[in-house]
Ligand binder design. Structure first.
Ligand SMILES: [Zn+2]
Length: 475
């Protein structure tokens, strides 16, 4: 058996979060009735001319910059010719020989170690429409998606396992969502992945023949699809066979990949420069402005949270999934300077009430309310359990946590006299347990603490109760 090395490169199509399409003013709204978001341009009617969407260009440039790509001051749109019912013009406007950006990289993390994976290029293109099969036995075409702006991010064949591929895909999605250019929604197809997979005997320099896995629409399937394809190629090679270059699809039902078509070569598409669009010029000032306004990216932010704020890595990852999460967290820390406690509370409570749309995130409470609530717990005014009750009461309101505490009489009883009385009552009521404790069964103390907490309706300070009980049972 030969020892093979896996060589994987991903091509990702990400829909830019613009309101209108790449070359016309039609809405990009997902889920509109079929063929309602269309016009002469995106229907490819004769005589119509494309006009480039400036906002899409801005988003594409920001995406490429966030991946460390070089932005080319001049790039060319090209026609990619092929025939398919969902492509009314008979060609797709894309970029080919002169894309607007090349040579970036993405940092991925796997099993606690991180490394950089190359990005060959990022280019702009328009999406095709959608064929809908099996409607009353017919196949129909919905052109709402035709002309929607995409960027294609072509990764280098630097990935060496399906786990690395999944990590790459997540890192890429996180960064695009974070900078607000993509919604990361695999199910609605606004973030789609094709994987090029090949094997070579370990130590060999040249690549083996690759197969392309098309449209992997879930993170769950990425790893499974690649593993299935690797198993297939290994079996073919071990049997002395040859891999033929082709496009394949993964069937989650059978767990196998199957041939879709033999792979097209670039010349099959008869690319040529789009005559209806001038070359795209991006000046230095524009690129510098976009670069300057990108701000801190998620990986840098995670590092800062872990290293300077001492957050657990998992919390740092969650907080940097959306810029709105990070903003909320940092604002709450301004009011209550215990980052770890704020982060835990955010992940466990606040996140449940968060709603995200593009770069906006809304929450059911404000950072100031969370800071005030955590301060009450910190000062021992209320217990952690009571904090949850107060939180439920302030959600969706602008009430101050302290007002709820007053209104409901929730203050923790730290009054030693009252607690002592409760402890004495519990000791009198449980002579057997007290005997066990005196005989050395310290574990039983917990039972008595629970009884006192019950007696005080959870309002006693548990640490104080435990200390008092220990003292009282020994006397
Ligand atoms: Zn249109």
């Amino acid at each position: 058996m030969t020892d093979y090395e896996e060589v994987i490169g991903l091509e990702v199509h990400a829909q830019l979060l613009t309101k209108s399409k790449l070359f016309c003013g039609c809405s990009t709204n997902f889920g509109a009735p079929p063929n309602t978001n269309t016009c002469a341009v995106c229907l490819g009617l004769p005589g119509s001319l494309p006009v480039l969407n400036e906002h899409a260009v801005t988003m594409a440039v920001r995406a490429a910059l966030s991946l460390g790509c070089t932005i080319h001051r001049r790039s060319i749109f090209a026609r990619k010719n092929y025939f398919y019912p969902d492509l009314p013009k008979g060609y797709q406007i894309s970029q080919y020989e002169e894309p607007f950006s090349t040579d970036g990289s993405l940092e991925i993390e796997l099993d606690g170690s991180s490394r950089r994976v190359g990005i060959v290029r990022v280019h702009m293109e328009e999406d095709a429409g959608k064929n809908v099969h099996g409607v009353g036995g017919d196949s129909l075409v919905d052109l709402n998606r035709a002309g929607v702006p995409l960027i294609e991010i072509v990764g280098a064949p630097d990935l060496r396992s399906s786990a690395e591929a999944a990590a790459y895909l997540r890192a890429l999605r996180d960064i695009l969502v974070f900078i607000g250019v993509n919604d990361g929604n695999l199910e609605e197809g606004s973030f789609r992945c094709d994987a090029n997979v090949s094997l070579r005997p370990r130590g060999q320099v040249e690549f083996g023949t690759r197969c392309e896995l098309k449209n992997i629409n879930s993170f769950r399937f990425v790893q499974r699809a690649i593993d299935a394809e690797i198993a297939r190629q290994t079996a073919v090679l071990d049997a002395g066979g040859k891999i033929s270059q082709e496009t394949r699809s993964f069937d989650p039902e059978t767990g196998l990949t199957k041939t879709l078509r033999s792979k097209e070569e670039a010349h099959d598409y008869r690319y040529f420069p789009e005559p209806d669009l001038p070359p795209l010029g991006l000046d230095d000032a524009f690129v510098a402005k976009q670069k300057g306004s990108l701000g801190e990216l998620p990986r840098a932010m995670q590092r800062r949270y872990v290293e300077s704020l001492k957050l657990p890595p998992a919390a740092a990852v969650t907080l940097t999934q959306h810029p709105g999460y990070a903003r909320f967290f940092e604002a709450a820390v301004e009011g209550f300077a215990e980052p770890v406690k704020v982060a835990n509370f955010f992940v466990n409570e606040v996140l449940r009430g968060a709603k995200v749309h593009g770069l906006d995130a809304t929450f059911s409470v404000s950072p100031a309310q969370v800071a005030a609530l955590l301060a009450l717990v910190e000062h021992g005014d209320i217990s952690g359990k009571q904090a949850k009750e107060v939180y439920a009461a302030i959600e969706g309101t602008d009430r101050a946590p302290a007002a709820v505490v007053e209104e409901r009489g929730l203050r923790v009883v730290s009054d030693a006299g009252a607690i002592q009385a409760a402890c004495e009552r519990v000791i009198d009521a449980h002579p057997e347990q007290v005997k066990s404790i005196r005989a050395g069964k310290k574990g039983v103390l917990g039972f008595l603490v629970g009884q006192v907490m019950k007696e005080t309706k959870g309002a006693a300070n548990p640490k104080l109760v435990s200390e008092l009980l220990e003292k009282l049972t020994q006397s």
